[in-house]
Design a binder for this molecule. Structure first.
Ligand code: DQA
Length: 145
């Protein structure tokens, strides 16, 4: 089987991981997560932005991408536009959160993406990205549908 391409998308403030509320998000930086993922799968495009428009453009231009792993961060709870962008490209995706969003403030309990995601991983910290990568590999080799 030829190697498939996985796109890893990260929303706002995730560039601050390591410094940002370490009690909640831990000490692992986004660069650490990227390196870890690159060891797991050679063909990944790892992207972070604080601009919603940039994330939407990145989704629209996902070229030859077989799978998306996305931590939409705060846009999880606000963005119909990111939901519509993901629907427009029809690429299977896993929604990842470092924290368990359901144990946090009630405004974080609503996700605009979960019902269109293949799966959601929430609460495993940085390991959630590794778990998502393993799940993506499994799905690419044995699609559920
Ligand atoms: C987050 C959870 C979101 O509610 C929050 O806005 C984030 C990070 C997480 O990874 O736990 O920025 O997506």
């Amino acid at each position: 089987m030829s190697k498939k391409k996985i796109l890893v998308l990260n929303g706002p403030n995730l560039n601050m991981l390591g410094k940002r509320e370490p009690i909640l998000y831990g000490s692992t930086t986004l660069t650490d997560i990227e390196k870890q993922m690159q060891q797991e799968w050679a063909i990944i495009d790892f992207f972070q932005t604080n601009s919603e428009a940039n994330l939407i453009e990145k989704i629209h231009t996902a070229d030859n991408v077989d799978f998306i792993i996305i931590n939409p961060a705060a846009w999880t709870h606000t963005s119909v536009a990111i939901r519509d962008a993901l629907l427009s490209v029809n690429i299977p995706f896993i929604e990842v959160h470092l924290t368990n969003i359901f144990t946090r403030e009630s405004f974080r309990h609503k996700s605009y993406l979960s019902d269109i995601a293949l799966a959601v991983i929430s609460g495993f910290g940085a390991y959630g990205y590794t778990a998502a990568m393993n799940a993506a590999k499994h799905y690419i080799e044995q699609p559920i549908i």
